[in-house]
Design a protein around this ligand. Structure first.
Ligand code: SF4
Length: 377
């Protein structure tokens, strides 16, 4: 059987391309990219609709990252989509269905697609404010292309209305395939953030009837008493975008963010968040591939011991970031490292927190897939 973990790592680090026929129903029958926050392709594709993600035969979800030079390519063949490495057929793939609400508008007459987008098969994503103050002084994280993506595609409403978010949530949930929300403010460093999040969660509760909303809020790093305030909003899990575990590399990679939140402050806050939200309900976003295997795994060890989950995104250089034109580590490196990470998480018995984030949520991380091989779903 094909090693789908390795195949996913290879597609994420090499990118993918498709023939004209296979893209015909993208944006009508199948879900297209909408660039809700970052751009993950190797090259921009204004005016070209591309799939957001797709599935491999074992159900693995893979993010679509365009690279017109990639050896991985999809062709339509007898009504099926086939994945090839150059001319050699590997397996069938399937684009993911487009949600119906993408065609609808809110009562404020805003297009729902510009407010919340589906990640993978079941995660409703909102960036309530597409803005990050770190770009102002050229102190953005070196892998980040938030501003360039927003300028290139201008595809979403930058500041979303609370009522609109509630309506989109109700519409998305009514279709039966959404299981979680993922809410972020880009990097909205503002004392009012917790108040805005509280209003958003209230609106979601009103429109859906949830008592606690399944999913994750990922604000600017929550510290001190704010952690309890986020819990009191009624969201089930909280996230911390720590990005890089190695202290010095974190400061070098994320100059603006590290001025506001040091490595040690992250760890202190995460410990507190686990006490409040419970083990398995704190998700740490890391960018995997920027640091050594050793320091990355040290991070996995410490965070697992604390009882936090990690969502390590597979890094590949994207346009508009400072690392544009660099190369990611090999697919083999990613696969070996993530298998060791899964062993650590498994041994520490961190509750998987799959009611907040699961392997169907997004196609740019490998840890859920590696844990699935161990029977953790
Ligand atoms: S904090 Fe870093 S990763 Fe997040 S939006 Fe700002 S520059 Fe990008």
């Amino acid at each position: 059987m094909e090693n789908y973990l390795l195949l996913k790592a290879a597609i994420l680090t090499e990118g993918i391309r498709s023939d004209h026929e296979s893209l015909k129903e993208v944006g009508t029958k199948y879900k297209e990219q909408n660039h809700g926050l970052f751009g993950w392709d190797f090259e921009n594709h204004v005016n070209m609709k591309l799939p957001d993600d797709f599935t491999l035969p074992d159900g693995t979800v893979v993010q679509y990252r365009l690279n017109s030079k990639s050896p991985y390519n999809v062709k339509k063949n007898k009504n099926k989509l086939k994945l090839y490495f150059n001319e050699n057929e590997i397996c069938e793939v399937k684009w993911i269905e487009r949600p119906n609400y993408y065609n609808n508008k809110t009562t404020n007459d805003n297009e729902m697609i510009k407010i919340g987008q589906i990640g993978g098969k079941d995660c409703l994503f909102f960036c309530f404010q597409n803005y990050c103050s770190n770009f102002k002084e050229n102190k953005q994280c070196k892998f980040c292309n938030l501003v360039s993506t927003s300028k290139t595609y201008n595809s979403v409403i930058r500041k979303k209305d609370v009522q609109d978010i509630g309506e989109v949530t109700a519409a998305a949930w009514s279709e039966g395939s959404v299981n979680h929300v993922n809410i972020t403010g880009g990097c909205y460093i503002n004392e009012q953030e917790v108040t805005i999040v509280s209003e958003i969660i209230e609106s979601i509760k009103e429109h859906t009837g949830f008592e606690r909303v399944p999913g994750t809020i990922l604000p600017a790093p929550a510290k001190g008493d704010d952690i309890q305030r986020y819990y009191d909003t009624g969201i089930q899990a909280i996230g911390y975008a720590m990005e890089v575990w190695d202290k010095k590399l974190y400061e070098a990679t994320c100059p603006g963010k590290s001025e506001n939140t040091s490595h040690d402050e992250f760890v202190t806050s995460i410990k507190k968040a686990v006490k409040i939200f419970g083990e398995g309900n704190v998700n740490i976003a890391m960018v995997m591939g920027l640091e050594t295997k050793d320091t990355f795994l040290n991070g996995i060890k410490t965070l697992s011991t604390i009882g936090a989950n990690v969502i390590p995104f597979v890094w590949a250089p994207n346009p508009g970031s400072k690392l544009e034109g660099h190369r990611a580590p090999s697919a083999e490196w990613y696969t070996e490292t993530i298998i060791e990470a899964a062993d650590i998480v498994y041994e520490n018995k961190v509750p998987p927190g799959t009611e907040n984030h699961c392997y169907l949520c997004d196609g740019n991380s490998l840890l859920h897939d590696a844990l699935r091989l161990k029977g953790v779903i």
